[in-house]
Design a protein around this ligand. Structure first.
Ligand code: FAD
Length: 327
């Protein structure tokens, strides 16, 4: 089936970005300048991460409301449920909805520092799927209800919620660290869609086959929502090693070797961007519905990647791989 025929699949590949809240006043000014550059490229949305156990609640919301009030981009709020009671999680969702946020990435969240996947660290909500359900419930409770026709039943009316929310969830092409099998990862994703998720964004990975074969298995398992590949231009060996530590993904030997032999910072940066362009091109050629870029709060490298894969309308405005500076 041609994915472009499905109404909820945009006809052409999309792109979107992930940011994290700034950690200082200087970082905030730099981030807002980068947001302006990223917004000018017309992404589908920009998502903002949420610190485990709510540690960045206010900062995340400030970046999201900055985007709402000063740009035309759709901001997407990451929310986590680790360690929260129902009342706390509902309050958090209400606070973000009240601020005008209608797109969420519903996550369980990583175990708090000092805990492992085997410890009992969850609160009232046992998984991201339950957070998806809670977002829908809270949104419906606070929305003014509308009445719509029920197709096939003349005269009957159904109660509909006014505004539609986007609820994205995480997907793991190479498996979640806690997962026992590929089947469990697929079942978890299917359960999230059944709970009301309408978009999936993947954990980062380094080879197109890992994403493409995961999507194929997800479709066979019955997942129908868009699954956006999350990719990151890895601009230094230090960053690659840190990412591997954080995600538990296997070290991509080819990229590690290329960064190692590149030499200085600028050469490593070019290797990282070229790798992301190659990966993005293979993903789009393989049928990916778009690219979600982990930006590390920078604009130059992600825009160079998008230019390299041909997703920018006004490409000449943006730096190419050769032109992109160290930012
Ligand atoms: P879940 O879907 O709940 O799954 C976690 C594990 O539990 C999986 O192995 C799953 O198979 C298993 N599981 C789920 N339901 C059940 C069940 N009913 N019974 C048994 N096992 C079950 N973390 C942050 O703290 N802040 C962020 O902003 C953030 N952003 C992220 C963005 C993306 C795109 C991704 C991929 C991850 C992000 N993370 C973030 C990390 C995420 O919180 C962790 O990867 C977390 O460990 C898993 O989250 P999840 O939403 O996939 O959890």
């Amino acid at each position: 089936c041609d994915v472009s025929e499905r109404p909820h699949f945009p006809a052409r590949p999309t792109f979107s970005f992930e940011l994290y809240p700034p950690r200082s006043g200087d970082a905030e000014a730099a981030l807002y300048a980068s947001i302006a550059e990223l917004v000018a490229a017309s992404p589908e949305f920009i998502s903002v991460t949420y610190g485990a156990s709510g540690s960045t609640r206010g900062l995340s919301l400030a970046v999201l409301t900055h985007m709402l009030s000063t740009t035309s981009v759709k901001p997407m709020a990451h929310l986590t449920c680790v360690g929260s009671s129902y009342a706390e999680a509902s309050g958090l969702i209400r606070e973000f909805l009240d601020a005008g946020i209608t797109s969420f990435l519903a996550l369980r969240g990583d175990p708090p520092a000092g805990s492992t996947e085997d410890d009992d660290f969850l609160g009232d909500l046992g998984s991201a799927g339950e957070l998806v359900q809670l977002i829908h419930r809270v949104q419906k409770e606070r929305e003014p209800f509308r009445f719509g026709d029920v197709p096939g039943f003349p005269g009957a009316k159904r109660v509909e919620s006014g505004e539609k929310v986007t609820i994205a969830v995480a997907a793991f092409p190479n498996g979640h660290p806690r997962s026992r099998s590929v089947e469990q990862d697929l079942d978890t994703l299917l359960a999230k869609e059944a709970a009301g998720a309408n978009l999936a964004i993947t954990q980062l990975f380094f080879h197109a086959d890992e994403y493409l074969s995961f999507v194929e298995r997800a479709r066979e398992a019955g997942v129908t929502m868009r699954i956006l590949p999350g990719i990151m231009p890895v601009l230094s060996i230090r960053r690659l090693e840190r990412i591997i530590e954080l995600t538990g993904e296997e070290t991509p030997v080819d990229l590690h070797r290329a960064l190692e032999s590149a030499g200085d910072e600028e050469a490593q940066r070019r290797v990282g961007i070229a790798h992301a362009i190659e990966l993005g091109t293979s993903l789009l050629d393989g049928g990916a519905p778009g690219l979600h870029l982990y930006t590390f709060n920078q604009h130059s490298a992600p825009l160079a990647v998008l230019r390299g894969v041909g997703l920018l309308d006004d490409a000449a405005r943006y730096p190419s791989l050769e032109e992109s500076d160290i930012a």
